[in-house]
Design a binder for this molecule. Structure first.
Ligand code: SF4
Ligand code: SF4
Length: 191
């Protein structure tokens, strides 16, 4: 059995989300309500089943964990109060810590660009975030090649004229506090 630290995969997930996960009786309510199930390669109830069967590779190499929009509809619908959205979160984290490439590699790049922007200014600055994301994901190259960048500029101008985009990062009073939250999260991860 493959271990993460001194624990197996299923135990790590159970520790993070609670023992309610064992009460899953595969009623399918989570999957039936998921708004993005059409784009998934494993449905939420199948993810839960696979976690309980300790099928680490199957789950971590799925597209589902990256397609999940964290909307929590599944969690709300579950009759056994299983925190399915949190399971998805934990799985994303374990996948990233594995050092392997995600099935949808642009999603974690987007997450990182979003969080980096908040960490720096205390609030998301869309232009910085999009610049970092498009550079690191390779989308900038693709857009330059296909001419798609022109549509982005047009949309960006419209948003700018309506006051929805700021050229400079916003000033936020709580930057220190926000940085502290990031540090605490880092410490918590190490513990
Ligand atoms: S809704 Fe809850 S009990 Fe039903 S399949 Fe999903 S996780 Fe299992
Ligand atoms: S949290 Fe994820 S898995 Fe659950 S319903 Fe929303 S998109 Fe689907």
């Amino acid at each position: 059995m493959e271990l993460i630290g001194d624990k197996n995969f299923r135990d790590v997930v159970v520790d993070a989300v609670g023992e309610e996960i064992f009460t899953c009786y595969q009623c399918y309510k989570c999957s039936a309500g998921c708004p993005v199930s059409f784009a998934m390669d494993m449905l939420p109830h199948q993810v839960i089943r696979s976690v309980l069967f300790n099928q680490k590779e199957r789950v971590l190499s799925s597209r589902t964990i990256w397609v999940c929009a964290a909307c929590e509809t599944c969690t709300t619908r579950c009759p056994n109060e299983i925190e399915i959205a949190k399971v998805m979160d934990v799985l994303r984290q374990i996948q990233q810590e594995s050092g392997k490439q995600a099935k949808e590699p642009k999603v974690p790049i987007f997450h990182k660009a979003f969080l980096d922007s908040i960490k720096k200014t205390g609030r998301v600055h869309e232009l910085t975030m999009i610049r970092n994301y498009t550079q690191k994901s390779g989308e900038l190259r693709e857009k330059l090649k296909t001419g798609e960048w022109k549509n982005d500029v047009r949309l960006g101008m419209k948003m700018f004229l309506r006051g929805k985009l700021k050229v400079m990062p916003p000033k936020c009073g709580g930057v220190k506090e926000v940085k502290k939250i990031f540090e605490q999260a880092k410490e918590h991860k190490k513990a």
